[in-house]
Design a protein around this ligand. Structure first.
Ligand code: AMP
Ligand code: ZN
Length: 439
């Protein structure tokens, strides 16, 4: 049941003691980098002064901008000869950020991913197809090494080429897949076109969905269509990639591996800790990384710590599904809106197809929001009256959720642009509005 029973079921006290020891080591290790070396010296921060996990609050935050400003080597804490790999973050705006790994780091990362996969029931006799972009994107190699270490037959099929993906699933009897949620919906369409019925023709039993925010409604759609259990997988390049937080069989929040990451949830405005159960920004500190430790990294991801223990027996606390990012909140007519709210409404309406897009524009000098929604091909064949009623229903449901009235446009299946990687859900056509608006 456990990949590493000792670490997964430590007592809370033993876990905390481990964290303090590792935090102290991390501060010492980080001080070797030019960036933290200078920062810590200025503030007279020393590893020895760390006595408890609360002492993390005396350390400064690290932001994406710091990583950008220090590009490429400013946060490197080891000699370059000890670095065996780098990943560059998939962020679409601005200067890239780079994360370096030593051999030990890669090893630790793979082990965390194996732990996640094993937790959901993946075993050595499984066939794991990784439909995630390989290369700089961490979802490829991250899952790949985790799966190999676990001993599953690993198919590095990569993203895209949907027909071949389905062919592999059929030929190799794939049982476990990893893919981003928007691509899972694309596959639903492709299988429909190919006449492949997952229940009849495939052996899938587990899916890992992650790398972009998605709703519970989306998970249910995927589970129903593919006839499998879908587990939420959370990670970010700065904290390795996948393997940071993952759902167990209970699917009630994601266990965040506290032996490897120190977890805080803060109010992004006041920077003070949130109360347990209160939504805020996730802040993470690496506890075992040697080549490039990162301290108090502001992820911009919004979530909360769930209270209570999990019936699976793991001590590591759980975070809720990511609600969105503090920097993708939209403000329209003074109302705060997260794209995820739109998705929840849409995915609950059966006629809605597999893709949607939010377009922000200015009409007569006022901000307005248009939601373009692909409908199923059968629905599209219905008469105008039917489509008008559907459009009214979607508008009504969105108004109830968002408190503003968006313009809803029904469009044909496959007509909205598809992205190979993470889905682009928001297009901002408002004059003078950069995207994304930073918080
Ligand atoms: P990157 O490091 O560029 O691959 O992107 C990491 C970001 O992807 C995170 O900071 C989140 O914003 C997002 N992300 C990853 N996994 C999830 C997930 N399961 N749910 C929601 N967002 C996610
Ligand atoms: Zn659990």
């Amino acid at each position: 049941m456990y990949w590493n029973q000792e670490v997964e079921t430590l007592s809370p006290e033993a876990l905390e003691a481990l964290q303090v020891e590792r935090l102290r080591w991390t501060v010492a290790q980080a001080s070797r980098s030019p960036f933290y070396g200078k920062r810590f010296a200025e503030r007279a921060i020393k590893a020895e002064s760390i006595e408890g996990v609360e002492d993390i609050r005396r350390l400064p935050f690290t932001a994406k901008e710091d990583l950008r400003a220090q590009f490429p080597y400013g946060l490197l804490s080891v000699d370059r000869r000890e670095v065996v790999r780098l990943h560059v973050s998939s962020g679409t705006t601005g200067q890239s950020t780079v994360i370096f790994h030593s051999r030990r780091d890669i090893d630790g990362w793979a082990d965390l991913v194996s732990r996640c996969m094993y937790m959901t029931g993946v075993r050595a006799d499984d066939v794991f197809q990784n439909l995630s972009g390989y290369g700089l994107f961490t979802g490829g190699l991250g899952f790949h090494y985790g799966s190999e270490r676990l001993g599953a037959l690993t198919i590095p099929s990569g993203a895209g080429n949907s027909k071949r993906q389905v062919y592999f699933m059929q030929q190799f009897g794939t049982t476990v897949i990893h893919l981003i949620p928007s691509y899972a919906l694309r596959l639903v369409q492709v299988m429909g076109e190919l006449g492949v019925d997952p229940r009849r023709d495939l052996k899938l039993r587990i899916a890992f969905l992650g790398a972009e925010p998605y709703s519970e409604e989306m998970r249910q759609r995927v589970e129903q269509f593919f006839a499998l259990d879908a587990y939420n997988s959370y990670g970010l390049s700065e904290m390795n990639g996948p393997g940071v937080a993952f759902e167990c069989l209970r699917k009630n929040g994601m266990h965040i591996w506290e032996d490897a990451f120190l977890v805080e949830v803060i109010d992004p405005q006041t920077l003070q800790p949130c109360r347990p159960g209160e939504d805020g920004e996730l802040v993470l500190t690496t506890l075992t990384r040697e080549a490039m430790p990162i301290i108090r990294y502001r992820t911009r991801d919004l979530t909360r710590l769930l209270s209570g223990s999990c019936a699976c027996g793991r001590v590591h606390r759980r975070i809720d599904r990511i609600k969105g990012r503090s920097d993708d909140m939209l403000i329209i007519k003074g109302v705060n809106i997260f794209p995820m709210q739109v998705e929840r409404v849409l995915m609950d309406i059966p006629e809605v197809g597999t893709n949607y897009r939010i377009v922000l524009e200015q009409v007569d000098g006022l901000d307005s929001m248009k939601v373009q929604v692909e409908v199923h091909s059968e629905t599209f064949k219905e008469d105008m009256r039917y489509l008008r009623r559907l459009q009214e229903k979607i508008t009504h449901d969105l108004r109830n959720e968002l408190f503003i009235t968006p313009r809803v446009e029904l469009v044909q299946p496959n007509s909205l642009p598809q992205s190979e990687g993470k889905a682009v859900r928001v297009v901002d056509n408002r004059p003078r509005h950069g995207w994304p608006a930073s918080a």
